[in-house]
Design a protein around this ligand. Structure first.
Ligand code: ZN
Ligand code: ZN
Length: 449
């Protein structure tokens, strides 16, 4: 019965949005028994998954410090019968579950949190403080939803193992460290992720989206996120007394010129069709009114979509900085581009993205699935695609639908990613995360109904 099917599907996605529009289709009918099995599994697991989510949220760890988190993820997979390897590329976890001949599908969750003091006021808010790598005392918070990614990943693993008589193939579940600093995926690949373990035919991942209501999904069939580079510049000068500038080379003036000249990299040197961002996020120099310092430090984030644009920006930053120093007869500046932690632009593999998004529309309701334009954020999930594996990465809505609707009507903005106030609505987001990822994986495995 059409209405019954639609009702069941909407309940699975647990969206507060209206029922999906349109007639049910052949795919929805075919998938209904699978969805019902997933639903039954989730009903059994949801209380425990919610508990896991609260635990992860209140015990966040910074990038490269994910000791307890990775141990917990390893235990979750071991208990399900995965063959688990730890310490892959740092605190990375790889679980392999072989279930007969068929495709190999990798599912990735990232595990690290951010140096942010949580201000949500939630009963399960993080009170954790730690030292960052510079030795500063910082609050720690899952302000990017990686706790939700891990919970959905765990729920998907539990669901797929419970349904193992209904599919064949190999699952590779990875817990990736250090996403926030852009180094975790590269380290796992360098440590043999695609050599020591079955090489995946497909790789799937999701990310919380603060600007979508829970039960909704955002996706792209190609470009989704940008290249992210970080650049550190030390502008050198010759220090001295503020009253005698003629005896100095003032690095503050040179740095100020550099900051303005850098703006022309985007406004004058780029094709307007090629988006790019050069942001000077930090500038530090000097100690007192009447002292001309001997150096000024700048920290930049550089964003682009195309690799040639990225190269042009990095070359231009060096050119402009050196030229400003030369013009002022200043010593050679130091320019450090963190090539290792470059986070490449994320391109979803079009066929895989189309196949999965079509499934989502058919079985989760097309009104809940939105094609979204690319944004200049970065995610090192892109590296799995650069390593030659077809990838699909999608956004999972986490917002309270009422607050989302109020915001759309001009009300208060919703806290974004990395905000001290950000949090997903736990239970419906977990349900939508597990349901969407489980159907996405099943759609790629050999199904046995
Ligand atoms: Zn983040
Ligand atoms: Zn993130």
């Amino acid at each position: 019965m059409p209405i019954k099917i639609l009702t069941a599907i909407t309940a699975l996605a647990l969206t507060a949005a209206p029922l999906p529009a349109g007639e049910p289709n052949a795919a929805a009918t075919r998938w209904q028994p699978r969805l019902e099995r997933i639903q039954a599994c989730l009903d059994k697991e949801i209380a425990s998954l919610e508990k896991l989510y609260y635990h992860l949220h209140s015990h966040p760890e910074l990038a490269f410090q994910e000791v307890q988190t990775s141990a917990r993820m390893a235990t979750e997979l071991s208990q399900l019968g995965f063959e688990v390897t730890t310490k892959v590329g740092g605190h990375g976890v790889v679980g392999v579950f072989k279930n007969g001949p068929g495709p190999t599908v990798m599912v990735r969750a990232d595990m690290d949190a951010l140096p942010i003091t949580e201000s949500t006021g939630l009963p399960y808010a993080s009170k954790v403080r730690t030292r960052d790598k510079e030795g500063n005392d910082v609050g720690v918070m899952h302000a990017c939803g990686h706790d939700m990614h891990m919970t959905s990943w765990t729920g998907t693993a539990r669901t797929l193992i419970a349904l193992k008589n209904h599919w064949q193939g190999t699952l590779v579940f990875i817990g990736q460290p250090a996403e926030e600093v852009g180094g975790g995926a590269r380290r796992m690949i360098d440590d043999g992720l695609f050599k020591r373990f079955p090489r995946p035919d497909y790789c799937l991942g999701l990310h919380c989206a603060p600007n979508l209501p829970h039960g909704h999904i955002g996706y792209s069939e190609g470009l989704l996120l940008g290249n992210v580079d970080t650049v550190d510049i030390t502008v050198k000068g010759v220090g001295g007394h503020g009253s005698a500038p003629h005896l100095t080379v003032d690095p503050i003036v040179i740095a100020a010129r550099i900051v303005l000249d850098l703006q022309t990299l985007v406004s004058r040197e780029r094709n307007p069709q090629d988006p790019a961002v050069v942001t000077v996020g930090s500038i530090h120099g000097g100690t007192k009114h009447n002292i001309i310092p001997s150096e000024v430090k700048l920290q930049l984030t550089v964003r682009s979509f195309k690799d040639e644009v990225r190269q042009g920006l990095l070359e231009g930053i060096q050119r402009i900085t050196k030229a400003a120093a030369l013009a002022a007869k200043a010593p050679e500046p130091i320019i450090r581009i963190e090539i290792d932690d470059w986070c490449p632009a994320l391109y979803n593999t079009p066929e895989l993205a189309k196949k999965t998004a079509t499934l989502f529309k058919n079985v989760l309701g097309k009104d809940n699935i939105h094609e979204v334009p690319p944004i200049m954020g970065g995610e090192d999930f892109s590296r799995y695609g650069r390593a030659g594996v077809p990838i699909f990465f999608y956004f999972l809505g986490t917002a309270d639908p009422a607050k989302h609707a109020a915001w759309k009507k001009g009300g208060p903005a919703l806290p974004g990613m990395h905000s001290e106030f950000y949090y997903p609505i736990p239970q419906p987001t977990i349900r939508a995360g597990v349901t969407s990822m489980s159907v996405a994986v099943l759609n790629l495995l050999k199904t046995v109904d």
